[in-house]
Ligand binder design. Structure first.
Ligand SMILES: [Zn+2]
Length: 494
């Protein structure tokens, strides 16, 4: 499994140690400290005000909904919400930050000491969460005139302040992740959790969720942490895994050659699959943190925190456990169907029609999921509704269509946007369960396959499977396979 990726070096075995920092932009109506709207895709610099543009004398006010959303995340990650928390100024200059500091949290963050459970295959892993804190996003820099959109090679840079001041949550994990594959699963499932909480759509292309990874290696069995490097600002699961798979062997080679790992920030180039240093990593003291004098400490009313906790939806972990119990699904199937809210709701919508939960699971994970992937659709979108899929599942369960014909019906449900019964009817796809209708096909197959018939009669019973397949072919997949099997045996044995 991908839970621990041991690297075999020349001097022995090494294990990766990976920690993640995840930034999530919240989908609040307004920004973190002003009344400007949080928007996507509006013309640049149309949602700004003296506060988010850092005009002198403008004063920030904390967005309560953002605090509530952040608290939801913290509670869902099993963190302790601290009774008092404080905003700090994190000082640095960059063109996307007009104040020359970011309002963030430092030594008194919103919440600490949580954990997140996630799965790699059907193995459940737990990663400790160090902290969850609130801050504001920077503005967006657009590097123009170059080929890559990156700063290197561009002619000039423009700034869109619409994003500046958007509520941003930082989730910091402990370095408990022991393989690139586990890091990828962690992030995918954490994103699912945040979406489930209704606090962010976590759109990847918009960079609404992005992450940094801290990476080091140590000899297997060692309890000490090695010097780490950092991969910054990634928003592709695949690139993260590739970057880790490239960086880990580099560190092992370096250490085995007697070298030293520099604590630095790396850039991953997907084109070459390699990492290159960007800059040496900043330390906290480089930022000259001090308490934000324009904001009072946030005192968290315990009753309010409990009311937020009471309002949490069913979380993926609990739902997966429920699916195994309530529907008798295997853990692996429950992870697929219960891991994300949208697919879980679709599946439960199918089951709610009174069809067999396991058969419904097979069709949801099989044809339906393949259809979503092929069409680039989210669960619940498109023309296949839970009601329609349930009707198809029932036709299969009742023997009205064969499994292979049902796949054909499913494909036509998408192209013809019609009810499964109507498709079966109009295309004549109903299962043939009438012996008299099948007799001709059985006779044809027996006549056309003398070798197999001889083998069967000579005692090679398993050849019957091949002959059944031939009858299915002749009937366009519509024959009832069980009946075909009986008819063939009767004809051959008799
Ligand atoms: Zn503003």
């Amino acid at each position: 499994m991908g839970t621990t990726a041991v690297l075999q070096g020349a001097t022995g075995a090494w294990e990766p140690v990976i920690g993640l920092e995840i930034h999530v932009e919240l989908d609040t109506a307004t920004k973190m400290f002003c009344a400007c709207a949080v928007t996507k895709g509006d013309p640049p610099n149309t949602h700004t005000c003296p506060v988010c543009l850092a005009h002198p004398g403008a004063l920030p006010v904390v967005n309560q909904r953002a605090v509530e959303y952040a608290t939801r995340i913290a509670l869902a990650l099993n963190c302790t919400v601290r009774p008092r928390n404080l905003f700090h100024r994190k000082n640095y200059f960059y063109p996307d930050l007009p104040k020359a500091y970011q309002i963030s949290q430092f030594d008194e963050p919103l919440a600490v000491d949580g954990w997140f459970e996630y799965w790699v295959g059907d193995e459940k892993l737990r990663c400790r969460i160090n902290r969850v804190h609130m801050e504001e996003d920077a503005a967006k820099l657009v590097h123009a005139g170059g080929e890559t959109g990156r700063i290197a090679g561009s002619d000039y840079t423009v700034v869109d302040f619409n994003r500046g001041g958007t509520p941003l949550i930082e989730i910091v994990s402990e370095p408990d992740i022991l393989s690139p594959a586990a890091a990828r699963e962690f992030l995918q499932q954490l994103r699912d959790l945040v979406i489930e909480l209704g606090v962010s759509e976590c759109t990847m292309e918009e960079g609404q969720v992005r992450w940094d990874a801290n990476i080091s290696v140590r000899p297997v069995g060692s309890a000490e942490l090695g010097t780490r490097t950092e991969l910054k600002n990634m928003n592709s699961f695949r690139y993260l895994q590739q970057a880790l798979e490239s960086e880990l062997p580099r560190q092992v080679e370096m250490l085995e050659a007697g070298g030293r790992i520099d604590q630095e920030t790396l850039h991953f180039d997907p084109a070459t699959g390699t990492t290159t240093p960007l800059r040496s990593k900043e330390e906290a003291h480089d930022y000259r943190y001090f308490p934000e004098p324009d904001l009072v400490p946030l005192v968290m009313d315990p009753d309010w925190v409990e009311s937020v906790r009471a309002g949490l939806p069913e979380l993926p972990g609990a739902r997966i456990a429920r699916f195994t119990e309530q529907y008798g699904l295997s853990r692996a199937d429950a992870v697929v169907l219960g891991g994300t809210g949208a697919l879980a709701r679709f599946y439960e919508g199918v089951v709610a029609q009174g069809v067999d939960p396991k058969l419904a699971a097979n069709w949801t994970m099989g044809e339906y999921l393949a259809h979503l992937n092929a069409a680039g659709l989210e669960p619940g979108h498109g023309h296949v509704t839970p009601e329609r899929l349930a009707k198809l599942v029932r036709l299969v369960a009742d023997g009205a269509v064969s499994t292979s014909a049902a796949k054909d019906v499913f494909a036509k449900m998408i192209t013809e946007r019609a009810e499964p019964e109507a498709i079966v009817e109009s295309h004549g796809l109903g299962q043939i369960s009438d012996s008299a209708q099948l007799a001709a096909a059985v006779a044809e197959v027996i006549a056309g396959n003398p070798t197999q018939v001889e083998q069967y009669r000579g005692g090679k019973q398993q050849v019957i499977g091949y002959l059944v397949g031939q009858v299915m072919k002749v009937t366009g997949g519509r024959a009832n396979p069980k009946l075909v099997n009986e008819l063939l045996r009767k004809a051959l044995d008799g």
